[in-house]
Write a protein that binds this ligand. Structure first.
Ligand SMILES: [Fe+2]
Length: 250
């Protein structure tokens, strides 16, 4: 990925989370993953995933196995910088959110909501790209079946109400290890697969395409172009074949 970022002379690299294999069990992975990103040929922004800082509950009635751990979040921040942020570029307003906070109930969730309210006010009429670890939903914003794959229903509704006045064009997410690209209610939702591996059907239902790759996003004035890329050196690894499979917590 470093070679590819060099070749493309990208203005920015964004990691959409799950930077570690299992930082929740072995926090030292957060430090070693950061070391693997040094040096990097472009500015780099990071967002946390469930493997990095713990997870959020799928609903108030459905707890997760390993909740977000504030000390892990602090370790993430000390290694990778802020876990939610904005970038203005080419007239676009890019918002990166910490999806692991939604519904977590920890003080950082309140702080992110407060920050997001200010942030939404700053977006003005600029077209907006939203980046976060988890997809907002599977098919519609009203999807109500609790699932660890998506932003839970209540915080999803709050988020979409906050974003409603904005010119939201694009939502990019990670987490699923699958590729899916759809236009829903005027907003393009793209699930970007992992650069590391895909999960076999025996381990994970097939919702999108089971590939590996990264996303290349070009922004210019009013328009954007997205390409899924599988550069030289990136293999289509099956998780079932990985030696670390037994080490993974979930
Ligand atoms: Fe994830």
């Amino acid at each position: 990925m470093r070679d590819y970022a060099t070749r493309t002379a990208a203005d920015l690299t964004v990691h959409l989370g799950d930077i570690t294999l299992d930082g929740a069990s072995d926090p030292g992975q957060l430090d070693s993953a950061r070391a693997m990103c040094l040096p990097w040929p472009t500015p780099f922004r990071f967002l946390p995933g469930n493997h990095d800082v713990g997870d959020n509950p799928p609903s108030p009635e459905v707890p997760c196995k390993r909740p977000v751990e504030p000390s892990l979040l602090e370790r993430f921040r000390s290694n990778f910088g802020p876990d939610y942020w904005t970038v203005f570029v080419e007239g676009w307003f890019i918002i990166g959110l910490n999806a692991q906070l939604f519904g977590s109930g920890i003080p950082s969730e309140t702080e992110q909501w407060r920050w997001l309210e200010h942030c939404a006010a700053r977006a003005g009429k600029h077209p907006v790209v939203l980046l976060l670890h988890k997809p907002l939903f599977q098919n519609t914003r009203e999807d109500s079946i609790p699932h660890i794959r998506y932003v839970p229903l209540a915080p999803r509704g709050r988020l979409l109400r906050l974003l409603a006045p904005l010119d939201l064009r694009l939502v990019l997410s990670g987490h699923t290890h699958q590729y899916l690209d759809r236009m829903i209610e005027g907003v393009r939702h793209i699930w970007i697969p992992s650069t590391a591996f895909f999960l076999p059907d025996a381990d994970q239902e097939r919702v999108g395409e089971k590939v590996t790759g990264l996303g290349l996003l070009e922004l210019s004035c009013e328009y954007f172009r997205f390409d899924l890329v599988c550069p030289d050196g990136l293999a289509r690894n099956n998780f079932a074949d990985q030696p670390f499979r037994k080490l993974l917590h979930n």
